[in-house]
Design a protein around this ligand. Structure first.
Ligand code: AHM
Ligand code: MG
Length: 319
């Protein structure tokens, strides 16, 4: 960080949020404060919890602790009506008539990456309290991600573009998020693609689409972190998918907790999201922890992929 950027001309998250209504700004600030607290605890809460979450996945100690910290820390604001977390089976509902927002939370997405010191973070979706959970992504009021990497960065959209902040570490910016990218737009043409393994279980048309990307010299970048992998697409342009598999037609990622908030960010950054045919944001939810295949990236790539998928007779079965 240059000395210049430590000076008064930097725009802090707090200042940037003044554009939003006060309650939404307070909620976003609170999520960021809690994430700083959680990040500080990481080295001291390593290891497996010995429990599994509702999706049958092993929880780490920090998964369980971070979930509790977020739930307590957010409910105490008085701003929450319903809170749903990827780590909790049911929706936590606050007293009727209180709280302006419903919120979906993935408190530590990609936490299996902690052991090897790779990327992971937080994904949040924010709805008006009048939109009961589970909800269609199109109804989101705001979405944000926090990426715990060599830098801690935060991205939010309140449907007026995507803005990225980095957490400072010294002087007057210690633990302060400040603006590094306003109105972030996915560059086009893109350069990278990220997809998980198990190629023999890919659908033939997906395999075909990836072969096209490789032929066009897109470089493979996959780190097993939805936030990290999407962040590369947001910065370098390209494509990311956690696709439908022959033996796992709904893929892995959860509509409410992961796919909807991230798809809003990607679409607000000028990109596109898809479940194979149509935007992720238009999927009518059937259950809180439902999974959907997810494809995101530059508009032209998603359009090209959907055209290819549409030629397949069973395309509608993907989700
Ligand atoms: P999690 O919510 O249990 O951490 O799982 C989601 C993560 C994503 O961040 C990432 O895209 C995916 O799992 C990686 O899965 P895989 O290990 O199959 O590549
Ligand atoms: Mg997750």
């Amino acid at each position: 960080m240059s000395e210049m950027s430590e000076m008064s001309e930097v725009i802090t998250l707090h200042e940037h949020l003044r554009e939003l209504d006060e309650e939404l700004a307070t909620l976003i600030s609170r999520i960021c404060e809690l994430s700083i607290l959680i990040r500080r605890e990481l080295p001291h809460r390593l290891g497996k919890a010995g429990t599994v979450n509702i999706s049958g996945e092993q929880q780490t100690k920090i998964d369980v602790w971070a979930n509790d910290v977020f739930i307590d820390g957010l409910l105490s604001t008085g701003l929450i009506h319903q809170l749903a977390s990827e780590e909790s089976e049911d929706i936590v509902e606050y007293e009727e008539g209180t709280g302006a927002f419903n919120i979906t939370l993935d408190p530590l997405d990609g936490s299996s990456n902690i052991e090897s010191n790779n990327l992971f973070g937080v994904i949040c979706g924010i709805y008006d309290a009048s939109t009961p959970l589970p909800a269609r992504g199109r109804k989101l009021k705001a979405a944000l991600t926090i990426l715990y990497g060599p830098l801690t960065t935060m991205m939010y959209t309140a449907k007026r573009g995507v803005h990225e902040f980095v957490k400072g570490r010294k002087h007057n910016l210690e633990d302060v998020y400040y603006l590094v990218n306003e109105h972030l737009q996915i560059p086009s043409p893109g350069k990278v693609y990220g997809v998980p393994s198990n190629r023999e279980m890919w659908l033939p048309e997906f395999r075909h689409f990836i072969a096209l990307l490789e032929r066009e010299h897109y470089g493979l970048r996959y780190g097993g972190s939805f936030i990290g992998d999407t962040n590369q697409v947001l910065h370098k342009g390209g494509f990311f998918a956690y696709p439908a598999y022959l033996d796992r037609p709904h893929g892995k990622l959860r509509l409410q907790f992961e796919c909807n908030p991230m798809s809003l960010i990607v679409e607000e950054a000028g990109g596109k999201s898809s479940v194979g045919m149509g935007s992720v944001l238009d999927v009518e939810p059937t259950s809180l922890h439902q999974r959907v295949p997810l494809y995101i990236g530059n508009v032209e790539l998603i359009d090209q992929m959907e055209t290819l998928f549409a030629k397949c007779r069973d395309a509608r079965l993907y989700y």
